[in-house]
Design a protein around this ligand. Structure first.
Ligand SMILES: Nc1ccn([C@@H]2O[C@H](COP(=O)(O)OP(=O)(O)OP(=O)(O)O)[C@@H](O)[C@H]2O)c(=O)n1
Ligand SMILES: C/C(=C\CO)CCC[C@H](C)CCC[C@H](C)CCCC(C)C
Length: 232
């Protein structure tokens, strides 16, 4: 099994083994070993295929995991702001950064099937429904409003946060993991924009000549963090 595993791990190991005769082995004793290795390798490959979970199960589990993660993220920052461990405006930006970054980080959990992107799209879709329901005040969710709004008004959910999850939804459906356009755009929107705020608000005393609300350091942080994130 270990030998077969090693042969699987490196495609050359099986070739090397079949060309060179190990010391102390007669051709007679060596031949069956070659045979066993060959059979073992294909058996392990067949076993791996047979025991792999069906794509639909894998994608279903990944969707559940990411949906629960999104819920936990918002709850965590609600608790942190409630206990005054994190400032409200900082909490909103951290949720902004982490939502996109962790969502992209969850993509490898999905299978390679053609339907995988639709499963992944369920996560921003559910979150957009959630923002609509609470933003329109059909129900109330204090935690969500506190974690992602500026002033604590439910209507605010229908602006920045809703546009944000709709961009995630669009990018997953159109670009998924296959195009760098999606990854770069989401990295800029989540990481770049979030870091521009976090750094710019604290250290951005020198403003851009054409926009007095934005600073040089904030804009530079946006490009650097967006670039680093998309290259990861
Ligand atoms: N290039 C940038 C972007 C942002 N900022 C800083 O981050 C703050 C928020 O910027 P932004 O994220 O663009 O604004 P919003 O999220 O729309 O607004 P809010 O201030 O309500 O968070 C700005 O006021 C500014 O201090 C900056 O210095 N340079
Ligand atoms: C505060 C926000 C934008 C305005 O600046 C972001 C709002 C985020 C949403 C309420 C939650 C979005 C969750 C993502 C769709 C999925 C995250 C999954 C991950 C595994 C945690």
């Amino acid at each position: 099994m270990a030998a077969a595993g090693a042969a699987c791990a490196s495609p050359h190991s099986s070739l090397l083994l079949s060309r060179s005769r190990p010391h102390g082995l007669s051709p007679a004793s060596y031949m069956p070993r070659r045979l066993i290795l060959g059979v073992g390798t294909s058996a392990v490959a067949a076993l791996a295929v047979a025991t792999a979970p069906p794509a639909v199960l894998q994608d279903g589990a990944a969707t559940l995991f990411a949906t629960a993660g999104a819920y936990a993220l918002v709850r965590t920052f609600d608790v942190l702001t409630e206990r005054r461990l994190v400032e409200k405006s900082l909490s909103r930006k951290i949720v902004h950064v982490l939502s996109g970054v962790l969502f992209m980080a969850s993509w490898p959990l999905f299978s390679n099937s053609t339907e995988a992107r639709y499963f992944a799209a369920v996560v921003p879709f559910l979150n957009s429904l959630r923002l609509l329901i609470y933003g329109l005040r059909l129900y109330t969710d204090e935690a969500l409003v506190k974690s992602v709004s500026r002033e604590g008004k439910p209507e605010e959910l229908l602006r920045g946060p809703l546009y944000y999850v709709l961009v995630l939804l669009f990018s997953v459906l159109v670009f998924w993991r296959e195009s760098p356009i999606g990854v770069v755009s989401l990295s800029m929107m989540s990481g770049g924009d979030g870091f521009a705020d976090i750094v710019g608000r604290r250290y951005g005393s020198v403003k851009l000549p054409f926009n007095q609300k934005k600073s040089w350091i904030g804009s530079i942080s946006m490009f650097i963090s967006g670039f680093l994130l998309s290259s990861m």
